[in-house]
Design a protein around this ligand. Structure first.
Ligand SMILES: C[S@@+](CC[C@H](N)C(=O)[O-])C[C@H]1O[C@@H](n2cnc3c(N)ncnc32)[C@H](O)[C@@H]1O
Length: 360
C-alpha cells in the first residue's frame, strides 16, 4: 500500500493517481492511499509531493535493522493535533534509544509537524539512501518515504530551456506530466501528440517519461523554438511539424495531451464583451481541432486538453461551454460530472480547466 502526499491541487493529483493506479482512498484532503504492483516513481507524477510505503513495523524496529553507519531521520506527522513539538519529541526519543545502542543519529527538524519537500529533499530523505529515512505518521500508521518530488530538477527543466516566448507562456513541467498521466497507463514508446506544442514543454516531459513525442503548432517560429529546446536536452525520439490543428493530418498516434490555445494573456478580470470574444475564439479552435482529430484516431484513444477558464468578479471561473458539442463529435467526456478540474494560482485570471476525453 502506498501513500501520496498531494500537491497544491489535490483534486487534480487524485485524478492523476486514479488514472494510473485505479481506485484510491482519500485519507485526508492532501493524503491518498493506493495500490500498485510495481513501485511507483515520484519522478513521473506531477501532482504528488512525496510517496511513501506502509510499514508493518514501528520506526524503531525498522531503524534497528539498518546496518552500520550514521542514520539520519525525519518524521512528518499528519495526525490530528500533531505539532512541531510532538514530532520533535518523538524523533528525539528514537535518537536517544538508538544512541544508547551505539548508533550515530542525526535528526532533521522542520518548521512544522511535517517536513517540507525542500527540507526532505535537501537532507537526502528521498528514499534513495537507506540510512536516511523519513517516516510519515498518520494516527497509528507509519509509512516510509520512498520518493520526494525533485523541485530542483523541475526548475532546471523549466528555466534551462534556451528558447522561450513570453507571449506563448510556459506550461509548467509538473502540469505537463499530469496531462500525460491523465491519458491513463500507456506502454513505453507510445506516440503522444501535442497539436498546440508551443515551445515544447509537454513534448520534453513525454520524452523524459519514455514516450515518443509528436508536436505540431500553427506557428513555424514557435516550432523552431520547440526544436531548439528539444535538441538542447539532446532528445532524438521526436517529430515536429508546422500545422493548423483544425485541419492538419497527423501520422498515427496513441494519445493526445495538450494545453490548448488559452486566448489573450490577461492581468485584469475581462469585461463581459472581452470574455465573450475570448470564449468564442478559444471554443472554435478547440472544437475545430477535435472535429479534425475525430476521424484520425481509433476507438478509446485518450485526449486530454487544458482549456482556459476566466476569473469573474464573484471569484468563480467561467468555463468554455463546449462539453455537449464535444460529446456529439464522438468523444466521451470522462470528467463531465465534475465542477471543473482546475490548475491555477490564487487570483490567476486565466485558469487551466482540464478536460479528459476518450474517443468512442
Ligand atoms: C498556450 S500555447 C501552448 C504552450 C505550450 N504548451 C508551451 O508550453 O509552450 C498555445 C499554442 O497554440 C498555438 N496555436 C494557436 N492556434 C493554433 C491552431 N489553430 N493550430 C495549432 N496551433 C495553434 C500557438 O501558436 C501557441 O504556440
Amino acid at each position: 500500500m502506498y501513500l501520496a502526499v498531494l500537491g497544491r491541487e489535490p483534486e487534480l493529483s487524485n485524478v492523476e493517481l486514479e488514472s494510473l493506479f485505479g481506485k484510491i482512498t482519500h485519507l485526508t484532503n492532501n493524503l491518498s492511499l493506493f495500490n500498485s504492483k510495481t513501485t511507483p516513481d515520484i519522478n513521473r507524477l506531477g501532482g504528488s509531493l512525496k510517496l511513501a510505503e506502509k510499514l508493518s513495523e514501528r520506526p524503531l524496529e525498522f531503524l534497528s535493522k539498518i546496518e552500520d553507519g550514521k542514520i539520519t531521520i525525519g518524521i512528518s506527522d499528519y495526525s490530528k493535533g500533531a505539532s512541531k513539538k510532538s514530532t520533535t519529541l518523538e524523533a528525539m526519543k528514537l535518537k536517544k534509544i538508538l544512541t544508547r545502542h551505539g548508533r550515530s543519529v542525526r535528526v532533521v527538524l522542520g518548521d512544522d509537524a511535517v517536513l517540507s519537500t525542500a527540507t526532505s529533499l535537501h537532507n537526502g530523505l528521498s528514499g534513495k539512501n537507506l540510512r536516511k529515512v523519513e517516516f510519515i505518521k498518520v494516527d497509528n500508521d507509519y509509512y516510509r518515504v520512498i520518493g520526494v518530488q525533485d523541485i530542483d530538477a523541475y526548475s532546471r527543466r523549466d528555466q534551462g530551456r534556451p528558447a522561450r516566448d513570453a507571449k506563448v507562456g510556459m506550461l509548467p513541467p509538473k502540469l505537463a506530466q499530469i496531462l500525460i498521466n491523465l491519458c491513463g497507463p500507456l506502454r513505453q514508446g507510445s506516440v503522444i501528440l501535442d497539436p498546440f506544442c508551443g515551445t515544447g514543454v509537454l513534448l520534453q516531459e513525454a520524452l523524459l517519461m519514455g514516450y515518443s513525442a509528436y508536436g505540431t503548432d500553427i506557428s513555424d517560429r514557435i516550432v523552431g523554438f520547440a526544436k531548439k529546446n528539444l535538441d538542447y536536452f539532446k532528445f532524438t525520439d521526436y517529430k515536429l511539424e508546422v500545422g493548423d490543428a483544425t485541419n492538419h493530418k497527423w501520422n498515427p498516434i496513441d494519445a493526445i495531451a495538450c494545453e490548448g490555445y488559452l486566448g489573450k494573456p490577461m492581468s485584469n478580470i475581462p469585461s463581459e464583451i472581452e470574455l465573450k470574444e475570448q470564449k468564442q475564439e478559444c471554443s472554435s479552435i478547440i472544437l475545430g481541432f477535435l472535429k479534425n482529430l475525430s476521424g484520425q484516431i481509433s476507438k478509446n484513444t485518450p485526449v486530454v486538453i487544458a482549456a482556459p477558464a476566466w476569473l469573474r468578479e464573484n471569484g468563480e471561473y467561467s468555463r468554455l461551454e463546449i462539453l455537449d458539442q464535444i460529446e456529439n463529435m464522438g468523444y466521451n467526456v470522462e470528467n463531465k460530472s465534475r465542477e471543473g478540474l482546475f490548475y491555477h494560482r490564487e487570483g490567476q485570471i486565466v485558469a487551466r480547466d482540464i478536460i479528459i476525453l476518450r474517443k468512442v
